[in-house]
Design a protein around this ligand. Sequence first.
Ligand SMILES: Cc1cc2nc3c(=O)[nH]c(=O)nc-3n(C[C@H](O)[C@H](O)[C@H](O)COP(=O)(O)OP(=O)(O)OC[C@H]3O[C@@H](n4cnc5c(N)ncnc54)[C@H](O)[C@@H]3O)c2cc1C
Ligand SMILES: *[C@@H]1O[C@H](CO)[C@@H](O)[C@H](O)[C@H]1NC(C)=O
Ligand SMILES: *[C@@H]1O[C@H](CO)[C@@H](O)[C@H](O)[C@H]1NC(C)=O
Ligand SMILES: *[C@@H]1O[C@H](CO)[C@@H](O)[C@H](O)[C@H]1NC(C)=O
Length: 570
Amino acid sequence: MILLLCCSSAVAILPISCGSGSSACTLQNYQGIWYERALCGVANVAYPTTEAELVAAVASGVQQRQKIKVVSKLSHSLVRAACPGGSSGLLISTSRYDSRIVIDSNAMTVTADAGVQLQDLLARLAAQNLALPCTPYFNGLSIAGVISTGSHGSSLLGKGGAVHDYVSGITIVVPASREQGYAKVIKLGKSSPDLNAAKLSIGVLGAISTVTLDVEPMFKRSITKQARDDSTLENDVAGFASRYAFGDINWYISQKKILLRVDNKVSASTPGEGRNAGNDPAPETNVRQSRVREENFMSQMNASLVCQQSLNGVENRVSSGDGLVNDRSNTFRGYPVVGFNHQLQTAGGCQNTALNNTRSASGERLTCYWDPDVPGQFYFQTSLAIPLSRINEAIQDIKKIRDGMDPTKLCGANIYGGAQLRFIKGSTAYLAEPEDSVAFELLYFRDRRQNTPRLDQDATDEIEQMLLKKYKGRPHWGKNKNAMFEDMGSRVTNLAKFLEVRQRYDPDGYFSSEWSDAVLGIKQNASVYRDYCALEGLCLCKEDRHCAPERGFLCKPGLVFTDARVCRRS
Ligand SMILES: Cc1cc2nc3c(=O)[nH]c(=O)nc-3n(C[C@H](O)[C@H](O)[C@H](O)COP(=O)(O)OP(=O)(O)OC[C@H]3O[C@@H](n4cnc5c(N)ncnc54)[C@H](O)[C@@H]3O)c2cc1C
Ligand SMILES: *[C@@H]1O[C@H](CO)[C@@H](O)[C@H](O)[C@H]1NC(C)=O
Ligand SMILES: *[C@@H]1O[C@H](CO)[C@@H](O)[C@H](O)[C@H]1NC(C)=O
Ligand SMILES: *[C@@H]1O[C@H](CO)[C@@H](O)[C@H](O)[C@H]1NC(C)=O
C-alpha cells in the first residue's frame, strides 16, 4: 500500500527523486538547492492517502527507529525543515493526502487534509461563499506546511495576517509505545491548550493529519498601488496598518521610495472580477532569459549597473498594475482593482502547468519563475518579525545605515521588489510573536556557484544583523538562512512552553532533526562555521576566511551598526 520507493520523476518541480546517488531517495526544496547545498537523503518515502495510512506510516517509522519528517508535494520551504537528517530517515509526502475538504457552514469552519493546497481550499470555500481572509501570496502551498512555518499574508484586522491564527482544530499523529501500535492520533480542539503548540510546530510534534480553520463570509478586496517617497515612512507604518485592512509596503531603500498596497475589504456585491496574475504560468524561455540577464549583470560587480535595472521600479509597478488584472480579459485597466478575496490575495497556476506539462501555443513548456530545471530564479530570503511598537525606531535605524554608506550598495535588494513589510497580529501560538509585529523581508540574488561573493553583500547583511541583534527579530521558520536562527532562546518568547509540549508528544525525538534542534535552541546554533560560510548565509563572519579574502572580501564591522560582522570588499 503505502511504503514504496518512488520512481524517479520526470517532472522538474517535484522535490523527491529516487534511484540515483548514495541514498535511496533525496529531497530538495523548490529551488533545488538547500541553504547548506548538501543533499537530503532518506531511506524511504511513504505516500499515504488516508489518515489510517498516515498512522501506519508513522508507526512503521517508529517501529524501525527511523527519523521521520513530513513534506508537501512541492516542498516550498527554503530551509531544511522537512529533512529527517542523516540518510536513514522516513519521509512522508502529503502529495496524495490532499483531497478531503469538509465545510461546516453552521460552525463556519473548514477541515482539510494536510496536503490540500491553498488553491483548492480557497476555491472550495469560494464556491460556498466563504473566505479565509489572509493567506500567503502563492497558492501552491499545502495547508499543513503553511501553518507549520507560521506563514502569513498581511493584516491586523480580526484574527490578523497569519494562517495559524485561524486554526481551531488539528488532528496529529504522534509516536506511541509498542502496546499502542507505535503511533496514535491526537485530536486538538479550540479549547485544548496544546493547540497553541500544534498550530505552529515546524513539524516536530508529529504528522499533522487534518487542519480545521475558522472561515468568514466571502468578501471582495479593493486594491490600489501607490508610489510615495519614504521621508515619513517610520511615522506612517502603524497608521497604514490600521487604515488598510490588508495593506503592505515595498520599500526601495536605496531610492527612498515606497510602493504602498492600499488593500481594503469591500462587500462581495461590489462589481469587479480582479485577479492577481503574479504567478501565472510563464514560458520556459522567459524564465531562462530573465535569470541569464540577472546573472549577467550581477556578475559584473558594478553597483550602478544593478541600480539601473530597477531605476523606475516603483513607478513601473504602479502603472502596470503590479501583476493585478481587472477582469477575465487578463488586462490591467486601472485602479482600484476589485475582486474576490482569494483571487487577489494569492496567486498561482504555474505549479499546475509545470506538473501537467502544459505547453504554450508555440510549444513551450509553461512553468514557474523559480523552476530549478530551467534554471530560473535563485535567491536568498530573509524575513524577521519586529514588534510593531519598535518599527518606527527600526526604520530610522535602517535609514541611518543607508545614509551612512553609498546608497547604491543597496540596489541589489530592489531587483526582487525591495524590502517588504507585512503585518501579523499578536498570537497565542508559542512559536509566533505574542505582540503585533511587522514581518520585514528581503530577497536578493544568490549565485548557483557555491562560495561566490555577492556584490555589496555587506549592505544588506548590516541591515539584517541590526534587525536580528538590536530588535531581536524573530525569523520566519520557512525562509531564513541558517545564520538568522542564532540564539533563538532570547528571541522566541514562549519557546519553553513549546518544548514542554514537544517533550510530551515526541519524547524520543523521532520528528526532530539537527536542524530543528538548532533552530529551537536545544543543541548548537544552526550556523555552520567553515571557509566562505558567510557568503552562503551559513554564518555571521568572525574571521576573513568566512568571507573570500583571496577576492578581497574581508570580515569587517558594520559601518553604522558596528555590532554587525559583514563581508566587505576592501
Ligand atoms: C512562491 C512562494 C511564495 C510564498 N509566499 C509566502 C507568503 O506570502 N507568506 C509567507 O509567510 N510565506 C510564503 N512562502 C513560504 C511558504 O509559505 C512556506 O515555506 C510554507 O511552509 C511552504 O509550504 P509547503 O506546503 O511547501 O511546506 P513544506 O516546505 O513541505 O513544509 C514546511 C514545514 O512544515 C512541515 N510539514 C508539512 N506538512 C506537514 C504535516 N502534514 N505534518 C507535520 N509537519 C508538516 C515540514 O516538515 C516543514 O517543517 C512562500 C513560498 C513560495 C515558494
Ligand atoms: C558600470 O555600469 C555603468 C552603467 O552601465 C557604466 O556606465 C560603467 O562604465 C560601468 N563601470 C565599469 C567599471 O564597468
Ligand atoms: C494543466 O493545468 C492548467 C492550469 O491549471 C489547466 O488549465 C489545464 O487544464 C491542466 N491540463 C491538464 C491536462 O490537466
Ligand atoms: C549561539 O550563538 C550565540 C550568538 O553568537 C552565542 O552567544 C551562543 O553561545 C551560541 N550557543 C551555542 C549553544 O553555541
